[in-house]
Design a protein around this ligand. Sequence first.
Ligand SMILES: Nc1ncnc2c1ncn2[C@@H]1O[C@H](COP(=O)(O)OP(=O)(O)OP(=O)(O)O)[C@@H](O)[C@H]1O
Length: 320
Amino acid sequence: MLELDSVCRSYSGRQVLHDVSFSARRGRLTGFVGGNGAGKTTTMRITLGVLDADSGTVRLDGTPVSPASRVRFGYMPEERGLYPKMRVAEQLSYLARLHGFDRHEARRRAEALLARLDLSERGDDPLESLSLGNQQRVQIAAALIHDPDVLILDEPFSGLDPMAVEVVLSVLTEQAEAGAVVLFSSHQLDVVERLCDDLVIIGAGRILAEGGREELRERHGTRRYELVTEDDAGWVRDVPDVEIDESAAGRVLFRAGAETAQQVLQRAAQQGPVLRFTPLLPSLSEIFKDVAAQVDATQVDATEPRTEQSTHHLEKEVAR
Ligand SMILES: Nc1ncnc2c1ncn2[C@@H]1O[C@H](COP(=O)(O)OP(=O)(O)OP(=O)(O)O)[C@@H](O)[C@H]1O
């Protein structure tokens, strides 16, 4: 397990990470989400040791991470860092050689990864001649070339078409299934929602929520319910403590607490046949809005967008 414990960091006197603590488990895909400037890249760079924290620790399996243990880390930076004019396969072999593999093994690894990422036919082409999406696949191959134990990827899915997302996802899933920690940042909530097992939400340099995807959906956001009845269900509108999202003839989509929702169901059953009653869990974007909306206004820094503020009570919740 990779753990960050009370990591703080300032740039030129401005604190951008405030006691950042979270964990990413082996065998799971952990999505790290937050708006622009929330602190994702800074956190990842500290985890990798390319940037120092002002305070706090990063541990892997309970042991503070050292330069020696970071050799087993793989990183795909946001500012993609390969050589544009170098041939793709040659570049990957070169990186494998830097990790200590002999020429034969380096070439084998490069070819296997190119095949895995559907890029075998582009191995002899210079990187810059590939489309941006394919260049990104090469970046992912570069991060994986030494079969890392901890894989950290900054926005790996941005700019990929749906087919490429699936290819990259299956590669990352395989890596996780082999026991690696896989942590990836993203601001595409719909993509993260579909792809990750666990989630860490950061805003204005503070962890706002973390946990399993389903657990967070259970815990956050107002539960919605869909009621479909044979007869008109317009009466739901008049039930106290019910907020209607959509209503048409026999179908109502409403928000309510669990008890009120049960009362609605009972009343609907008394009135006639109930064709469907479904609790709907909030989507990740709704959770994100929910945690951002609970921001403590006293923490507002006028220079940052609203979604990037902090909240004391969310911090307490995360600390539980
Ligand atoms: N080298 C730097 N010097 C000064 N401030 C910086 C530096 N790097 C980042 N920051 C600031 O730190 C904060 C966090 O930035 P960071 O890049 O970690 O966020 P992010 O969540 O990765 O954002 P994005 O999704 O836009 O890439 C921002 O306010 C940013 O302006």
